[in-house]
Every structure is written in structure tokens, then in C-alpha cells.
Design a protein around this ligand. Structure first.
Ligand code: CS2
Length: 480
């Protein structure tokens, strides 16, 4: 890494020609790109994953430029605005690779750009709206749209000036309905099981409340495919910025990093033109559910388990955690004894190989993925990642012991944060921090639902909670 701190000229279209040869650059005329996709939530994951696939697609089809829409902050628009919306993707492996992504044809930010955002979403050239707004961005409660959510209430009162992602979709679809613009695909790219169906129900619920005719129209003209996304993408940091500046010789205000592995499986259910993403490594399939279930439970489930157990042990990264023999042993047993048996595996997927490959990805020494980042939003993540598996195992009479250890680690993590005045990043943080006992946690119905009444789960969770008390690195093997 360079110690040269001289400010560099920014990464721009004009600078592309003079970048080092090894840097991969857009191999298409950026000026000729049309905007065919609106993406809500252009955070690190989107920029490392979907935008990279689209960047490859643009080489042969210029209809699919992305209009990135930040719903909560104008900082991305400001940062990339200085650099023609270009940014660097650093692939962190033994031989790092650097790629400049040119897929953003436009960046907008709510609320200042609301009129332009809705116009873009309603444009006949826009065929695909995609989302990475995280679990909480869907404003769901256990049974569907959370009508009490302040953003949803604001949208119901004034849908033409929306706040939530669901509100933006309904407002844009209302315009398409009124102007007779047909065919749109709305693709959720977040780690929710059944993401397309959940998004569709939330959109239809709001539309139905506002105008049943709109909801009818959406049912017939808009597709909401499910999809599975996967690429480990740690948050950007100062070291990455310095590394990119030293390698490219230009300044990038917001580079992104990820591992080399990248996967996207999309349900083949589009309305209107469909980008030929299968030409650039995406899998289209009739049924995403088994892929999504395997990924959510095996990768995200073990990620969350490592995040809470590793944090309790004072570890910092996924790499540090998986290199502790006690944790590695625990994760392998969790996978083989309790998660893998719960999966309905697609024929094409060798589950043992898939699970081992995930653990190998955690062992990548070139990626610093902070456990604290994964620990965010546990109340939103655990129901999909661990508790759904608990429910299935209970139904089938399988063990839930290790799953309960992972859940109990979350409870200890919250309590430790409370005791040391640490931060809990979670939309229900105040309720979490108010919990003093396992029973208090179980009363959080948006997290535990009917599991709170299951005697086997209650007993196992209490036992796991007690077992984890006082665990240290030296004693971890005994506690786990
Ligand atoms: C992680 C995911 O932060 C988290 O909660 O589990 O972001 C994970 O890295 C991705 O889903 C991998 O595809």
C-alpha cells in the first residue's frame, strides 16, 4: 500500500485511457448508454454485485444503464458526481484485481430528486426496477406490510411524495398505470426468503388501500421475480481508498471491495424486455426457492452465528472467527447436523460441496469482513437466517441445539452492548436494549412469533443461553 498521500486527479471518463493496463475498464461507449434500470439502494453490495454484471452486459447491449437512487442520503451522488459516476471495484484475492465500473448512467437522491426519480421509474425506457434496501427497507411485520411504520403512514397520506421503497414503487406504478405504460419487472435483491413474493404482497397491499384498480393493474402487468444474490462485500474503508489511489494513479472517492466469488440466480419471470444476463454469468431458473433457502441458511445463517459468537470472544473479522478451532468446529457441526438436513436441495446443487466452499470463502485472508457489520439488524435477519430453520427442525423432530446457541449468542451480544454502553444498530434497538431476561427477548413477537410458545425451543434457548455465560477464547470449546 502506498504512503503517498498527495491528492490525485479524480477518476473520470477522461482519465480512463491513462489507467494502468491491468485495470479493467468499461469496454463500451459510456455516452451512448440508455437508462433501462432504476435501482433503489445503490449501496456497497449493489455496486459490487449487480452493477458489475450490468457493466459486462453493457458491452453488447446499451439499453441497460442503471439510474441509482439513494433513498436516505445524497452522499453517493455527491461523491461519484465528481467522477462521471465511475467507481472502482477491487476484487480481493491473492492477486487483487481492479475494475472500473461504468454502469451508472445517472445517480439521484431522495427527497431532493423525487420528481426526477418518479419520472425515471415511470419512463417507457425503464424495464426493470431493482432493490437492495436491506431487510428493514421493506417495512414488513411478521405478516406483511407494517401499516404502523411511520414511512408507510407517510406514504398512505401522500403517495405522490413517497418516503419508503414500497411507496416509491406504488407511486411510480400509479404513473405507469395512468399513462398506459406497460410491462415492468420489479426485482428484490435482498436477503429475504421469498423476496419477490414478499415485495409483491407489500406493493399490492398499499396499492389496494389507495386504489383497488391500481392493484388489479399491477397484478396483471408487473412481474416480481424472486432472486438469490451472493458476494461477500465488506464495507469500504480508508485502506481501500489508499490502495485504489496507489494502483490506479487517480483518486476514487468511494471504491468498493469484494471477494472474487459472485452469484446471481433469478426467477425467469419478467414482464416486458428482459436483459440477457445469462450471457454474463447469471442463472435464470423456474424456481429460485431452493437456491435462496440454501444460501440464506448456510451462508447468512453461519455468518450471523459467527458474528455474535466471535464478537463475544473479542474477535474482529470473519477470518479471525473461522480460524478459531472451537468456532470452526461449531460451525461445521451446525451446518451438517442442523442446517443441511433442513434444506430442499435442487438437483444441480451438491450441498456438501456448496457448504464447504462457503467455509473456504470465510478463510480468505485477503478480505477483512468485520463481524460488527454482520451483527447489524439482528432482529430483521435472524428470522430468515436461523429461526426459519429452527421451525422446520422442530416440525421434523430434528435437533435445534446449535441453532439455539447461535440465537443465544445474539441475546448475549445485545446484553453485553448494553452493559458496556456499546452501539446496537437495529430498527428495534430500544426494545432489544430493554430486555433483561430470555423471556423478555422471547416476547418480541416480530422476531420470535409463534416460537415463543414452543416449549422445546424455550427450553433449548434457555439452556444455550446459560451455557454461553462467561465464555472466553480459552474456554470456548467447553461452552460450544
Ligand atoms: C452478511 C451478508 O452482512 C451480512 O449480514 O451476512 O451481507 C453476506 O455477506 C452476503 O449476503 C453474502 O452474499
Amino acid at each position: 500500500m502506498s504512503s503517498d498521500t498527495t491528492p490525485k486527479a479524480p477518476l473520470t471518463n477522461a482519465a480512463l485511457a491513462s489507467l494502468p493496463k491491468a485495470v479493467i475498464k468499461p469496454c463500451y461507449q459510456r455516452q451512448t448508454i440508455k437508462t433501462g434500470i432504476v435501482h433503489l439502494g445503490p449501496g456497497a453490495f449493489h455496486r459490487a454485485h449487480q452493477a458489475a454484471y450490468i457493466d459486462s452486459l453493457l458491452a453488447t447491449d446499451n439499453r441497460w444503464g442503471i439510474c441509482g437512487v439513494s433513498l436516505r442520503s445524497a452522499s453517493l451522488k455527491a461523491a461519484l458526481g465528481q467522477q462521471d459516476n465511475l467507481y472502482t471495484l477491487a476484487i480481493q484475492e491473492r492477486e487483487p484485481r481492479y475494475r472500473v465500473i461504468g454502469a451508472f448512467s445517472e445517480l439521484l437522491a431522495a427527497p431532493a430528486d423525487n420528481a426526477a426519480i418518479l419520472a425515471r421509474m415511470a419512463s417507457p425506457d425503464t424495464h426493470l426496477v431493482t432493490l437492495t434496501v436491506t431487510e428493514k427497507g421493506y417495512c414488513l411485520d411478521g405478516s406483511g406490510l407494517d401499516w404502523q411504520h411511520p414511512d408507510i403512514q407517510a406514504d398512505l397520506a401522500d403517495i405522490d411524495n413517497p418516503v419508503s421503497a414500497i411507496g416509491f414503487l406504488v407511486a411510480a406504478l400509479k404513473r405507469r398505470f395512468n399513462q398506459g405504460t406497460l410491462g415492468l419487472t420489479v426485482l428484490s435483491c435482498d436477503n429475504l426468503s421469498d423476496n419477490g413474493h414478499k415485495l409483491k404482497s407489500a406493493v399490492l397491499a398499499m396499492a389496494q388501500y389507495l386504489d383497488p384498480a391500481l392493484s388489479q393493474w399491477i397484478t396483471h402487468h408487473v412481474a416480481f421475480p424472486c432472486c438469490m444474490v451472493d458476494a461477500i462485500t465488506p464495507a469500504s474503508d480508508a485502506a481501500l481508498k489508499a490502495d485504489v489511489a496507489a494502483t490506479l494513479g487517480v483518486g476514487d472517492a468511494w471504491p468498493i471491495k469484494r471477494e472474487a466469488f459472485c452469484q446471481w440466480v433469478i426467477e425467469d419471470n419478467f414482464s416486458g424486455p428482459k436483459p440477457a444476463l445469462d450471457k454474463v454469468g447469471v442463472t435464470f431458473t423456474g424456481n429460485v426457492a431452493p437456491y435462496e433457502q440454501a444460501k440464506l441458511r448456510l451462508l447468512n445463517g453461519t455468518h450471523s452465528a459467527l458474528a455474535y459468537l466471535g464478537s463475544l470472544l473479542g474477535l474482529e473479522t470473519v477470518y479471525d472467527a473461522i480460524n478459531q478451532p472451537a468456532l470452526a468446529f461449531f460451525i461445521e457441526a451446525l451446518v451438517s447436523e442442523e442446517i443441511a438436513p433442513s434444506l430442499s436441495v435442487p438437483d444441480a446443487l451438491d450441498i456438501n460441496a456448496y457448504a464447504s466452499a462457503i467455509i473456504e470463502r470465510y478463510r480468505n485472508p485477503y478480505i477483512r469482513h468485520l463481524l460488527a457489520q454482520i451483527a447489524w439488524d439482528g432482529s430483521q435477519k435472524l428470522p430468515f437466517r436461523l429461526l426459519a430453520t429452527v421451525k422446520d427442525n422442530l416440525k421434523q423432530g430434528r435437533s435445534i441445539k446449535r441453532l439455539c446457541v447461535a440465537v443465544a449468542a445474539w441475546l448475549h451480544f445485545i446484553q453485553r452492548q448494553r452493559q458496556c454502553g456499546g452501539k446496537v444498530v437495529d430498527p428495534i434497538a430500544p426494545s432489544l436494549l430493554a430486555c433483561e431476561t430470555v423471556a423478555d427477548f422471547l416476547a418480541l413477537t416480530s422476531v420470535f412469533g409463534e416460537l415463543a410458545d414452543n416449549p422445546v425451543f424455550i427450553a433449548e434457548l434457555h439452556a444455550a443461553y446459560q451455557r454461553l455465560a462467561g465464555m472466553t477464547l480459552a474456554t470456548a470449546k467447553l461452552h460450544l
